[in-house]
Design a protein around this ligand. Structure first.
Ligand code: UN1
Length: 500
């Protein structure tokens, strides 16, 4: 048996679950070896799950919100207690370095804390009525069962953003993790079941369910009439299919799709900050975050001093087994990801670009380890306007800020962006209405690694959804406007007369 499977088997036993078996193999990207299997849920099984979710919702929606928050508080405590094991599972599941695996579990804990506070702040409004003796108000009510479809690169944190909010908002949840990374999801679901089981009758059976499957399973879930909201994270292609299917039956969708994120390095930038921010942005998580830095726009006056430093940082990056804390990057998720990387680099070369790095390097077993690639472009063409989920950084010179902002905004997606500058006018212009068109626009910070407190998501082909902090919770509730007449007359709005 391979060593990763032994580690997972041991951790699983502490969660009271067994490694699943089935006709679809699960591989650990760490060494490319099989660590289990699963059989995708059939349409009938999805129907059963959806019915259970609907029954759970009809109970949970009437449990007071602060009490719902109490369940999430206990779940957050359970995550705290099991952070080490879950962090290691994330690493074995998707190949990110252990510090990032632990960071992902921390992100789950943080959103639980946020949701607990929120459970006492699902505020509505009182609105001034134009009619005497009338009161108008707006109330937020639970929405219904929420389907949460997550991607391989954040196998548990993005679920937690959705789950913690949906639960305090009074919704039941059904989770379909990526077929590439179902392992941590199984442990997290077991942890949730334990906490919910100890919570008593307020937490109904089926409040949170896990469905393992492929795109057909996802499609059955998206099409099911019980699912009131489909929250999906993944590629733009996946989001286009899911968004259209949900729209067909007027279900809500919350889409968090790809990004082709850029950073601008201005002449006044603190170059040390810019170097670290850009290096983590494009090489961290092996370039497999939706917020990963993919395009670097450097002012002509500093290009020659800055870009060689990025090239050398990429050449020196310690890459290897993500369990070894000496390594700052682990493997790509699979061979298909490397094929996409090679294709993008071939297209770049064909477009006349100079490519530094990008080759496959040795790592444990059959894991797909690569040297990050820095690609010097002379124009924003070819693969530079395409999102490739791999550590590739396209570099381009610019002459003035307006040009750099236009280059930033030329991508079809609009997730994350950033500028390194010490010039106040440039910083403010970048985050102003005519500046970056992305959902996230940072100053003197890279594009990736957002905190949970802000609304997370982006515009254009990123899908427009907002998850996590701020008022993203409103997506998980329905808004009701109530006008109450406490007078003895029935005046009509807008002065309309109707006297019988
Ligand atoms: C994703 O890649 O889908 O801002 C989410 C970040 C993380 C979340 C990324 N907090 O990079």
């Amino acid at each position: 048996m391979n060593p990763s499977k032994v580690d997972i088997g041991y951790i699983y036993s502490t969660f009271g679950v067994a490694i699943p078996e089935g006709n679809r193999e699960i591989f650990s990207p760490v060494d490319g070896l099989t660590i289990g299997g699963f059989t995708p849920a059939s349409a009938d099984q999805v129907n059963l799950v959806a019915d259970r979710a609907l029954a759970a919702f009809s109970h949970w929606r009437s449990v007071p919100a602060p009490r719902r928050g109490e369940l999430v508080r206990r779940f957050g405590d359970a995550l705290r207690a099991r952070k080490t094991e879950l962090g290691l599972l994330v690493t074995l599941d998707c190949g990110k370095p252990l510090s990032e695996g632990l960071g992902e579990v921390q992100e789950m804990i943080d959103i639980c804390d946020f949701a607990v506070g929120l459970s006492r702040q699902l505020h509505g409004l009182t609105i001034a009525s134009e009619r005497p003796g009338h009161r108008m108000s707006e109330t937020w009510h639970p929405l219904g069962p929420v389907a949460i479809i997550t991607a391989f690169n954040f196998p548990v944190a993005v679920w937690a953003w959705n789950a913690a909010l949906a639960l305090v908002c009074g919704d039941s949840i059904v989770w379909k993790p990526s077929e590439k990374t179902p392992l941590t999801a199984i442990a997290v679901q077991a942890l949730f079941d334990k906490v919910a089981g100890e919570f008593g009758p307020d937490a109904p059976e089926g409040l949170s369910q896990l469905v393992l499957g492929d795109s057909a399973t996802g499609a059955a879930l998206v099409d099911h009439p019980a699912m009131a909201l489909i929250s999906a994270t993944g590629s733009t292609a996946m989001g286009r299919t899911v968004g259209q299917a949900a729209a067909k039956r007027f279900a809500r969708s919350l889409l968090e799709l790809g990004g082709n994120n850029a950073t601008i390095v201005a002449p006044s930038a603190d170059m040390e900050l810019a170097l670290t921010g850009c290096a983590f942005g494009f090489m961290g998580t092996t370039g497999q975050r939706c917020t990963s830095l993919r395009r670097l726009l450097v002012h002509r006056s500093v290009y020659e001093s800055f870009v060689p430093r990025i090239i050398s940082a990429a050449a020196r990056l310690p890459i290897g087994d993500p369990r070894d804390p000496a390594n700052l990057a682990g493997p790509l998720i699979d061979g298909a990801a490397y094929a996409a990387m090679r294709d993008a680099l071939a297209d770049a070369r064909a477009a006349g670009a100079t490519v530094h790095g990008g080759e496959r390097i040795a790592g444990p077993g059959q894991g797909v380890y690569v040297r990050p690639a820095v690609v010097e472009m002379s124009a924003q063409t070819g693969p530079m306007l395409r999102e490739t989920f791999a550590p590739i950084l396209y570099c381009l010179r610019y002459d003035d800020l307006d040009e750099a902002i236009a280059l930033n905004n030329a991508a079809t997606q609009g997730l994350s962006s950033s500028i390194f500058t010490n010039d106040l006018r440039e910083a403010e212009s970048f985050v102003a209405a005519a500046g970056s068109d992305c959902g996230i626009a940072n100053v003197n910070i890279g594009t990736s690694g957002a905190e949970i407190g802000g609304a997370f998501g982006g515009e254009k082909e990123t899908g427009g959804g907002r998850e996590s902090g701020s008022d993203s919770w409103k997506a998980y509730m329905r808004r009701q406007t109530s006008t109450v007449n406490y007078s003895r007359a029935l005046p009509l709005a807008q002065g309309v007369r109707f006297e019988l």
